[in-house]
Design a protein around this ligand. Structure first.
Ligand code: GLU
Length: 421
């Protein structure tokens, strides 16, 4: 399991600061800034689940809608012992800006259940999921709120949510969740889409700053749903060499490149890369100072701290996780001349293909993997170009530019819609 060391209020503050800065430059009306700094609605649920030993256990969960001005609330659902309301609020906010920066018609949401999924049996996870889906049923729907996988949640869990919702309706409702298994309306390419988007933007950025990716050294923190596909695509399609990977159990290093597929099989069995044969074992902390061209934080919030940022010596940081860099660390990276591709752009590939899955489900017409990957690349390229162009025009960082674009889209949509009644 990925362990959270996140400091949720830090992330919330950082996002609000980014929004404030963008709002100041755009002269956004104070009422709009206040709206953006709060969540539209928050549902807190506590409910019993029958455990395998026959005893009921009470679980607590959240579903938060930050903003639904541009479309239905969209965002993942995470299962983790340290899930809390403030973290879910911050992550819901990030989803609003992520969807806005890549210009897909969704608002931002996030959900979570406080639990240790590795301590639960599969039937317990199924009962927990179905009961939670029922508890938040008032929010769910293809036009209102569409969950997706996130930390420790899977396509199987999405299938259970889709089935629970559909059973209550009396017919199959495919587009109520995304990230489903292919057999029940999932999209080709969804599983690796976040990682593919990460690789896409790494390619565009490297080209712009004159960095050759052929033979470039890549280091990752996190080797899960996002880190692994990003690493594999950067190796296979761009000729990169993945030299270091850290996770909660430890870290591995190999100067001539790690064997990605066997390492993933080992990680799936052991829930860590630590202990894998045929490479050097180093401390998790050491990966932050490994010499490399591309560093990819693909784990949790607030992992790139000021101290770690001071040790880093890469050319590009690609934020595959949500909120991995604290604002103080971000300033240090900027001072060192390291290009940071911000999370709301770099990690948007997942929700972009979620959008494709939703569209395919609504139309009952499914696309080929080549079509999904090509459309994803188009959206990532177009979004990257607008962010990089804005950054150049205004002499600001990619993060500031991404927030400028995202905040202005949400603000403009709000103005055009007007205030009801
Ligand atoms: N959980 C993913 C994210 O943080 C995907 C969300 C979605 O597809 O709705 O971007």
């Amino acid at each position: 399991m990925i362990h959270s060391q996140a400091n949720p209020s830090l992330l919330l503050n950082d996002i609000q600061q980014n929004v404030q800065r963008a709002s100041d430059s755009l002269s956004i009306e104070p009422y709009l800034v206040e709206m953006l700094n709060n969540c539209k609605r928050e549902l807190i649920v506590s409910f019993p689940v029958l455990m395998d030993d026959g005893e009921p256990h009470i679980f607590h969960g959240y579903r938060v809608h930050h903003n639904i001005i541009r479309g239905p609330a969209k965002g993942g659902l995470r299962y983790h012992p340290e899930v809390n309301l403030e973290e879910i609020r911050a992550l819901a906010m990030l989803m609003t800006y992520k969807c806005a920066v890549v210009n897909i018609p969704f608002g931002g949401a996030k959900g979570g259940i406080v639990c240790d999924p590795y301590a639960l049996s599969t039937p317990e996870v199924e009962r927990l999921t179905r009961r939670f889906a029922t508890e938040i049923n008032v929010l769910l729907g293809p036009e209102t709120d569409i969950p997706a996988p996130d930390l420790n949640t899977s396509p199987q869990i999405m299938a259970w949510i889709m089935d629970t919702f559909s059973m209550n309706k009396g017919y199959s409702v495919l587009p109520v969740v995304t990230g489903k298994p292919l057999i029940v309306g999932g999209s080709q390419g969804r599983t690796e889409s976040t990682g593919r988007g990460v690789a896409n933007v790494t390619g565009f950025t490297a080209h712009d700053i004159g960095l050759k990716l052929q033979g470039a050294r890549v280091v990752l923190q996190g080797y899960g749903k996002v880190g692994y596909p990003a690493a594999r695509i950067l190796q296979d399609d761009y000729g990169c060499k993945v030299v270091g990977i850290a996770d909660v159990g430890g870290a591995v290093y190999r100067e001539d490149g790690l064997p990605l597929q066997p390492l993933k099989e080992y990680e799936e069995k052991n829930h860590t890369v630590a202990g894998f044969h045929g490479c050097d074992h180093i401390e998790e902390e050491e990966v932050f100072s490994l010499p490399c061209e591309v560093f990819i934080p693909a784990a949790l919030e607030d992992q790139v701290t000021p101290q770690r940022a001071r040790n880093m010596s890469c050319s590009i940081v690609v934020e595959a996780a949500n909120g991995p860099t604290t604002s103080e660390a971000d300033a240090i990276l900027q001072e060192k001349g390291i290009t940071v591709i911000p999370d709301i752009l770099a990690s948007a590939g997942g929700v972009v293909v979620s959008y494709f899955e939703w569209v395919q489900g609504l139309q009952s017409y499914f696309w080929s993997e080549a079509e999904v990957n090509a459309q994803l690349k188009d959206i990532m390229e177009c979004s990257y170009r607008s962010v990089a162009g804005e950054a150049r025009r205004c002499s600001i960082s990619l993060r500031e530019a991404a927030y400028l674009i995202a905040v202005s889209r949400v603000a403009e949509a709000t103005r055009v819609r007007g205030i009801y009644p």
